[in-house]
Design a protein around this ligand. Structure first.
Ligand SMILES: Nc1nc2c(c(=O)[nH]1)N[C@H]1C(S)=C(S)[C@@H](COP(=O)(O)O)O[C@H]1N2
Ligand SMILES: [Mo]
Length: 444
């Protein structure tokens, strides 16, 4: 078996010393091109199956010389009391889109999907979307009120909630505006910006149903208002009947307390529903019997349909998938084997099947689903591909367990027009040119 080092370096030009320079990082951030990932693609995949992997190069100093890390003491234990990624991963960061207005508070930073494996997003790379900046709330002073159509209004402290029975479940969180720029013809440069308002985590907290039962909610009520404690006045109407099944008042994310950017110390988890309803810094739940038509569901988060009407309360994130590598902004440097990899998910249930096309949707073949397939969670898929230098159009499409199939862009546009912002779940196309460059194109 070739070692990881020989994969990285064998026969291939090693990464230039400067690849972590500030200039490069800022250039990468601006253009959204991920040079480090290119290096990895070059190193890890080039040659595998084409018979060149593991070929030792006689004068490779990385084989012959004993590196300094083998000749010295390592750093002391607990030098990093809270572990950090390797400095060689400094390029793996959340980024603001070059195509969007960048404001300090009402903005979004996207998850670098092109660099991630599996289906759990490291908490520090979970995308962030704040309407009024993020806050770091003192949990001792935070309160959650449950009121409205209940027998007994209640106020919980964070400690109260930590003492209650808890559940831990894996779910994706996708902003309804994810892939919004693809409604037009803006050719967003990387998958980080086309699909990076998407993350997957294990969430821990108290089932919403338990809190509402404690308060004695009115069994005829069918709506819930969720309110956040930040300055944005974030208030959302939640479908109560559905939320009673699987919504969580969460304090945990990937085994620790929520990160402040994700709503520390409490957030609502509404599996399958668009991100905006996952109210962060959750401070109040009001049981009601009609939709609340708050500002974020009357003027924002509505879909402008081709007939000029606005569609309201489109909560569920329909089935969607995307190839994360190879993807736009990356480059295939040699012919041979590639593992096409990506993510699939459905707000209505679980992924049944993912297919991949390398010819723009004319022919489809089934991809492998890796690991556990969980409901309303990201599923990783992999697909073996040998590239012979031909131009290619890479696409993926998911089937979910309701029988729904992710639509081609033309089919979605025929129904929805192009003036929407939210709920674009069309098939994404990456074009591979004979030079190996991969870019974002819209076909079909
Ligand atoms: N209180 C509050 N909750 C909020 C928001 C906010 O600005 N304030 N943003 C919403 C939006 S639009 C999205 S997409 C998700 C983003 O969650 P994240 O920042 O943890 O990725 O949180 C939602 N909950
Ligand atoms: Mo959002």
């Amino acid at each position: 078996m070739p070692t990881h080092a020989s994969h990285q370096e064998g026969r291939l030009r090693p990464a230039p010393e400067s690849f972590l320079s500030d200039e490069l990082i800022s250039e990468v951030s601006q253009k959204g091109v991920d040079t480090q990932r290119r290096q990895l693609l070059r190193g890890a995949f080039a040659g595998a199956l084409a018979g060149v992997s593991g070929l030792a190069i006689a004068d490779d100093p990385n084989i012959i010389e004993v590196p300094e890390w083998s000749r010295s003491l390592g750093k002391a234990v607990a030098t990093n009391p809270y572990g950090q990624p390797s400095i060689f991963e400094a390029n793996n960061i959340r980024r603001q889109s070059p195509g969007l207005t960048q404001t300090d508070q009402a903005s979004v930073a996207f998850t670098p999907l092109q660099n991630l494996f599996g289906c759990i997003t490291p908490s520090g790379l979970h995308f962030e979307r704040h309407h009024q900046g993020w806050v770091d709330i003192d949990p001792r002073r935070h309160r959650l009120m449950v009121n409205g159509l209940v027998k007994e209004p209640l106020v919980f402290t964070v400690e109260d909630l930590l003492r209650m029975p808890s559940v831990s479940r894996m779910h994706f969180l996708e902003c309804g505006a994810n892939t919004a720029l693809e409604w037009g013809n803006s050719a967003v440069p990387t998958v980080q910006y086309t699909h990076g308002m998407l993350s997957g985590s294990e969430w821990t907290g108290v089932p919403l149903s338990l809190l509402l039962e404690r308060a004695g909610y009115d069994q005829n009520a069918n709506y819930l208002l969720a309110e956040g404690a930040d300055g944005s006045g974030m208030t959302r109407t939640i479908n109560l009947v559905e939320a009673l099944e699987d919504a969580i008042v969460a304090y945990g994310q990937n085994g620790e307390m929520l990160r402040p950017e994700q709503g520390y110390p409490l957030r609502l988890v509404v599996p399958g529903v668009q991100g905006v309803s996952w109210v962060k810094w959750l401070r109040r739940l009001e049981v009601g019997n009609k939709p609340y038509a708050t500002k974020d569901e009357a003027s924002h988060y509505v879909d402008l349909m081709p007939n000029g009407q606005l569609r309201q309360y489109t909560a569920i994130q329909e089935a969607k998938s995307v190839i994360t590598a190879p993807s736009a902004g990356q480059k295939l440097l040699s012919q041979g084997y590639y593992c096409i990899t990506g993510l699939a998910w459905s707000g209505r249930g679980s992924v049944r099947k993912v297919e991949v096309s390398v010819d723009g949707g004319r022919n489809w073949q089934e991809a492998r689903l890796e690991g556990q397939v969980s409901t309303k969670m990201l599923t990783r898929f992999n697909f073996d591909w040998v590239w012979r230098g031909e131009p290619a159009l890479l696409q993926s499409r998911v089937h979910d367990d309701t029988g729904y199939i992710q639509p081609q862009r033309a089919a979605l546009v025929a129904q929805r027009g192009t003036r929407s912002i939210y709920h674009n779940n069309a098939i994404q196309t990456w074009r591979v040119s004979p030079s190996g460059e991969v870019d974002n194109v819209q076909v079909g």
